[in-house]
Design a protein around this ligand. Structure first.
Ligand SMILES: NC(=O)c1ccc[n+]([C@@H]2O[C@H](COP(=O)([O-])OP(=O)(O)OC[C@H]3O[C@@H](n4cnc5c(N)ncnc54)[C@H](OP(=O)(O)O)[C@@H]3O)[C@@H](O)[C@H]2O)c1
Length: 404
């Protein structure tokens, strides 16, 4: 669609709806889930969110995007979808790049804002990197970095040539609850909790930026409310101070009262050879029909040995006010420990902390050893409809009868 065609389409914000209606792609993921929860609980008066699963709307399919957005006619779209980190070139290209471009084309056609979640994977290593910094677009980039980088580039191009109203929000290493895939920082945390990291897989002085997932929805909300300021802009959304990786690992270790990892720093060449050995072993085992999947974070192994810190000066100079200025990865650690150790314990992924973190299971003995007794007992006294809900139904029946 050319820019002259889009000029005739009026934005619909505040026109058809009393509330703004947003579509959130990737709402089942770590970041999308946090946003879905925020908009469903904090903005009920003002914003309504539809968060279709990828089964309902796969952004790999341009027709799906057009049909869904034409039917829903939203006031804005947020894209937090991403293909698995270790997906092949086709999936990375179709989800991370083409999916983004097609969503942006639809938003451009409807004349609505498009909020895009991007990643520090588009940046080189280095310190105090600005929003203008980026990797050179080269064939050697990982599929993830290449596709995320290309998406950013095309959005800027569409802003310039098609007047697309977009904002790119670049995240660094994200921490927060509900990472059900155990990725990124949570994979590191898991390795420590599982005592699977005997030595320090980093070197002294390596620093990274971190993003608090709970703060992201507040920023997205603010960005939606202040389009003049944030349109066609890229922002680093990261905590103010970078974090020393070795210090973080040792803090988690001491919080969990573990002896591992020992404070011996494994040099990168050794760890790199280990990675190649594991990849070779996995491919050999595959010959025998044993499927071995290595953690996708191995693509970031080099980053454990190199600093990457993002400047958040532009964010601090914007009109956005951090809702929890004192919250950092360190202050969030106690909550994360309780949440993840309980979750991983229940999923039988780790057992070390079960006594401490798993609450008592009142029916354990009956459920495990006497299932017939517990079934009989539930049938005899715990299957009647909830009385307060029956009362609710009766009330609406009475109201219906009183209506003329
Ligand atoms: N997590 C981090 O540490 C981190 C760091 C920097 C940047 N980011 C960025 O943050 C964003 C979200 O990451 P995340 O960690 O929340 O990812 P995630 O937990 O892996 O979630 C990915 C989401 O993408 C959806 N999705 C995948 N393929 C799709 C498709 N074809 N159509 C529609 N939806 C699809 C998934 O939906 P289904 O479950 O329905 O398939 C899921 O909701 C990404 O842009 C990522 O680059 C994340």
């Amino acid at each position: 669609m050319s820019s002259s065609e889009t000029e005739n389409i009026q934005p619909r914000s505040g026109y058809h709806h009393s509330k703004r209606l947003g579509v959130l792609i990737g709402g089942s993921g770590l970041i999308g889930g946090t946003m879905a929860h925020y908009f469903k609980t904090q903005t009920v008066e003002d914003i309504e969110i539809r968060a279709p699963s990828s089964k309902k709307l796969s952004i790999r399919n341009a027709e799906d995007i057009k049909t869904y957005l034409t039917r829903v006619r939203p006031d804005f779209v947020i894209n937090s979808a991403v293909a698995a980190l270790d997906s092949d070139a086709q999936l990375a290209f179709e989800v991370n790049y083409l999916g983004c471009v097609n969503l942006a084309r639809a938003c451009s056609a409807l004349g609505i804002p498009y909020i895009h979640i991007s990643s520090a994977a588009t940046l080189p290593n280095g310190e105090n990197l600005s929003e203008e910094d980026h990797l050179p677009l080269s064939p050697t980039l990982t599929h993830y970095a290449k596709s995320k980088f290309m998406a950013e580039r095309t959005l800027r191009h569409m802003g310039k040539h098609e007047g697309l109203d977009f904002t790119i929000i670049r995240l660094a290493i994200v921490y927060g609850e509900h990472d059900h895939k155990i990725q990124g920082f949570h994979r590191l945390f898991f390795s420590i909790a599982d005592e699977a990291m005997p030595f320090m897989i980093t070197k002294r002085g390596v620093k990274h930026s971190y993003t608090n997932s709970n703060k992201i929805p507040y920023f997205v909300h603010h960005v939606l409310d202040h389009r003049e300021e944030f349109t066609q802009e890229t922002y680093h959304f990261v905590d103010k101070d970078p974090v020393d990786m070795a210090d973080l690992i040792l803090s988690i270790r001491s919080y969990l009262e573990l002896n591992r990892p020992r404070e011996l720093y494994v040099p990168y060449p050794v760890i790199k050879s280990g990675k190649y050995f594991l990849q070779w072993l996995a491919s050999i085992l595959n010959w025998f029909g044993i499927s071995v999947r290595l953690p996708p974070e191995l693509i970031f192994l080099e980053n454990f040995y190199k600093s990457q810190t993002l400047s958040n000066q532009k964010l601090r100079q914007s009109s956005f006010v951090d809702p929890f200025p004192d919250e950092t990865i360190y202050t969030a650690l106690p909550k994360l420990v309780v949440y993840y150790l309980e979750r991983w314990g229940h999923l039988n992924l780790i057992t070390t902390f079960n006594e401490e973190f798993l609450g008592t299971f009142e029916f354990e003995d009956e459920f495990v050893n006497h299932p017939r007794e517990i079934l009989t007992s539930i049938h005899s006294d715990s299957i009647s409809p909830f009385p307060e809900m029956v009362e609710l139904r009766n009330e609406s029946v009475r109201q219906g009868q009183n209506e003329p």
